[in-house]
Design a protein around this ligand. Sequence first.
Ligand code: CO
Length: 136
Amino acid sequence: MIGRLNHVAIAVPDLAAATANYRDTLGAKVSAPQDLPDHGVTVVFVELPNTKIELLHPLGDNSPIRKFLDANPAGGIHHVSYEVGDIYAARDRLRKSGKRVLGDGEPKTGAHGTPVLFLHPKDFAGTLVEIEEVKR
Ligand code: CO
């Protein structure tokens, strides 16, 4: 069921500094910052040969990563995203295994315009897991 690692999302308190670190220190290709008001984040995409890193910074007062940064002021890994071929089939299989799908269980459109769901960290070794439907 599980496919490629699509991205690792890292919440950062200083987006410019984190971007410079990946671009200048690590030599990675980075995007311009993109505001995603529907998701309450500004994101910089870091392109690696085999996956992506997403640097997340809160946007607006109700940002879902604000609390995370309050608890982790230096930043930290926020979630990992795995690709699945059929998000409804994946959701139903996870639920059958007793895993908790966050929210109302209906896929939302993620940062890449593809359907996504999030899974409860307590069911996955303390890691917030995103599943993302990607057709390859
Ligand atoms: Co994500």
